[in-house]
Design a binder for this molecule. Structure first.
Ligand code: NAD
Length: 226
């Protein structure tokens, strides 16, 4: 069975990492247009780095939960061809042991040179003036995809959606494109579509499973593997 799973911030919420829309969360203290756009970075790189340094520290202290674990089991199961795509920039799917993973919005653990495109392991505290190890330019940024930038691995994702039997979106609000359009692409390709979330979003899903991811995802995976 060919399965494509898209995860969002909701899958990491019960690991203690705030979602985009959390009340009192990091995103409330830092307006989106200031910390998650190329223009915001150009205006105030120190502020943007402070935001991602804080997120990196939170992510380091977090552990995968039962939803990440269940998706790792699904990926390792015989007869299952899973393409796991995450919008999350934390590394909790990797920590849970997911065998292959597509980070479409990048990763907190990687630094990117804005001048030459070299990538290297992110230090705990990153600053725009850190010199690039390849070209020495002081143009360091987190390797995350900001609003207005093109997400990574889109061709690979489109190919997986094209041949999927099942598409599931887990813990994502469906407000950020192009990820929000994956359900429509999967439907067009004839896949069964499932939304797993605390509450229904507006996406055209064929089936909805509502509740916290640490309960719903292990149950859904057990059903697929039984
Ligand atoms: P979002 O915050 O817009 O939506 C989160 C969704 O998760 C909501 O629909 C909410 O109902 C649901 N949810 C919350 N708690 C849940 C739980 N316990 N179980 C199941 N569902 C739950 O996040 P998004 O859709 O991922 O998109 C926002 C953007 O913000 C993405 O680009 C993403 O990269 C970024 N982001 C990443 C992280 C992270 O890496 N952990 C955290 C916040 C935001």
């Amino acid at each position: 069975m060919r399965i494509v799973v898209l995860t969002g911030a909701g899958v990491s919420a019960e690991s203690g990492l705030g979602t985009f829309r959390d009340k009192g969360g990091l995103w409330e203290a830092y307006p989106l247009e200031e910390v998650a756009t190329p223009e915001g970075f150009a205006r105030d790189p120190a502020r943007v780095h402070a935001f991602y340094n804080a997120r990196r520290e939170n992510a380091r202290a977090a552990a995968p939960n039962a939803a990440h674990d269940a998706l790792a089991r699904l990926g390792a199961a015989p007869g299952i061809d899973l393409t796991l795509v995450t919008q999350n920039i934390d590394d909790l799917h990797e920590q849970a042991g997911s065998p292959s993973l597509i980070h479409m919005h990048g990763r907190l653990t990687v630094a990117l040179c804005g001048a030459c495109g070299t990538r290297w392991e992110a230090p705990a505290v990153m600053s725009a003036t850190d010199p690039c190890p390849a070209c020495t330019a002081p143009a360091t940024r987190p390797d995350v995809v900001w609003f207005g930038e093109i997400p990574y691995h889109m061709e690979r994702i489109a190919a997986a959606l094209e041949r999927a039997d099942v598409f599931a979106a887990i813990g994502t609000s469906g407000e950020v494109y192009p990820a929000a359009g994956f359900v429509a692409e999967a439907r067009r390709a004839g896949a069964e579509t499932v939304e797993i979330n605390l509450e229904p979003t507006g996406g055209p899903f064929g089936r909805r499973i509502m509740g916290p991811a640490t309960e719903t995802v292990p149950r859904w995976v057990a059903g697929l593997l039984s």
